[in-house]
Design a protein around this ligand. Structure first.
Ligand SMILES: Cc1cc2nc3c(=O)[nH]c(=O)nc-3n(C[C@H](O)[C@H](O)[C@H](O)COP(=O)(O)OP(=O)(O)OC[C@H]3O[C@@H](n4cnc5c(N)ncnc54)[C@H](O)[C@@H]3O)c2cc1C
Ligand code: SF4
Length: 327
């Protein structure tokens, strides 16, 4: 590991000041950043340790939603009674991720900002535009079984690996930040991540030194919630395809639908056309197939990930059957 300086932040002001210095990186649980440093994929000059900041609470909001501190561990968030009762999709998504030990260390902010699991990104001996801009993409034409079919570019086909973020996308979470000048921003999760385009190394809209302080969840949406994750092993594996689904059926028709997808794109994926294909319809495989058609209309195959297209269709139909069945 390359030598680095270490600074423990004791306030938001010192954290954002120190984090704004070129070559600095925030560290929370360290479960992703330290792995990347060991492989020399990340080589920060300074680690700004934010783990002692006062951002570890989950608080009720006046509107009936929740405010989640950026340092709330994944395990605490999954076990919170309000989350289990009102946002079961989020609790299930968290419990589908990583392992118990990792979830104890992994933070809410760090989970949102974890880097892709593309094999080539982790191997500095191979070209990778995300790790080394302009060097090329080894995954296109290479081993891309776990990589994206939606939102890709000819520069990068990486997926975002977070389960938690997929549930938060379905819940319309808002990410709250603080900049080094003290300004605060509230960013809808749908506006937070960037498509790879020609600059896959820029993954989100955060500016240098900008710290995630909280995530806000709006009041729980109506309807039944689930999180379905398909992976190579029953646990301790990233999603090949995952779906956060929240669907309400009233008078025999789908009254509202929120569907977000993991394992398919460079960000937790949501497409209004998928939801529009369902709303107003009676639950049926015809309607579910129309939703899958809308989702997969622009899907691209890259070889070893071709199987994700039929797998996604089957997983979406199974999820919609589960969410709309009576009883
Ligand atoms: C073996 C293994 C299996 C895993 N399986 C899964 C899985 O199935 N599903 C899943 O979703 N995840 C999985 N994970 C990933 C795990 O969830 C993430 O590593 C973890 O959530 C990252 O949180 P952290 O606090 O440790 O982040 P860190 O490693 O501390 O930081 C990650 C990044 O976020 C930045 N950062 C952290 N906090 C902030 C903040 N508040 N503001 C701004 N920047 C910040 C850091 O600078 C860094 O760039 C797995 C990890 C491992 C090692
Ligand atoms: S898919 Fe993206 S992360 Fe993977 S090798 Fe290509 S550029 Fe790098």
């Amino acid at each position: 590991m390359k030598p680095f300086d270490y600074a423990r932040a004791d306030s938001l002001a010192t954290a954002t000041r120190d984090g704004a210095v070129p070559g600095a990186r925030f560290i929370a649980g360290g479960t992703n950043l330290l792995d990347l440093m060991k492989l020399q994929v990340e080589t920060p000059d300074t680690l700004v340790d934010i783990s002692r900041l006062d951002l570890g609470e989950i608080e009720a909001r006046e509107d009936g939603g929740l405010t989640i501190g950026a340092l709330v561990p994944n395990s605490d968030l999954a076990a919170d009674a309000r989350v289990i009762q009102r946002y079961p999709v989020l609790s299930r998504a968290l419990l589908a991720g990583a392992s118990g030990q990792l979830r104890n260390k992994a933070s809410t902010g760090g989970n949102l900002l974890q880097r892709t699991r593309c094999y080539y990104f982790y191997d500095p001996a191979t070209p990778c535009n995300k790790r080394d801009p302009g060097s090329g993409c080894s995954a296109i034409g290479g081993e891309n079984r776990i990589l994206a079919i939606l939102g890709t570019s000819d520069q990068c086909i990486a997926t975002h690996p977070s389960d938690m973020a997929v549930a938060m996308r379905a819940l319309d979470a808002v990410i709250v930040t603080r900049k080094p000048d003290g300004d605060r921003r509230r960013i809808a999760i749908g506006e937070f991540y960037r498509l790879p385009g020609a600059t896959p190394e820029i993954e989100n809209v955060l500016e240098r030194g900008e710290l995630i302080t909280h995530v806000e969840l709006p009041p729980a949406p109506r309807g039944r919630q689930t999180y379905r994750k398909v992976r190579d092993r029953a646990s301790y594996a990233f999603a090949l395809v995952s779906i956060a689904g929240i669907v309400a059926v009233e008078d025999g028709r789908i009254a509202s639908a929120r569907l977000a997808f993991g394992g398919l794109g460079p960000m937790p994926w949501r497409n209004e056309a998928v939801e529009q294909a369902l709303v107003g319809q009676a639950p049926s495989d015809t309607a579910f197939n129309a939703a899958a058609n809308a989702l997969l209309a622009d899907a691209k195959r890259y070889g070893s990930n071709d199987f994700k297209i039929p797998l996604t269709r089957r997983t979406l139909i199974a999820t919609l059957r589960e969410l709309t069945q009576e009883g």
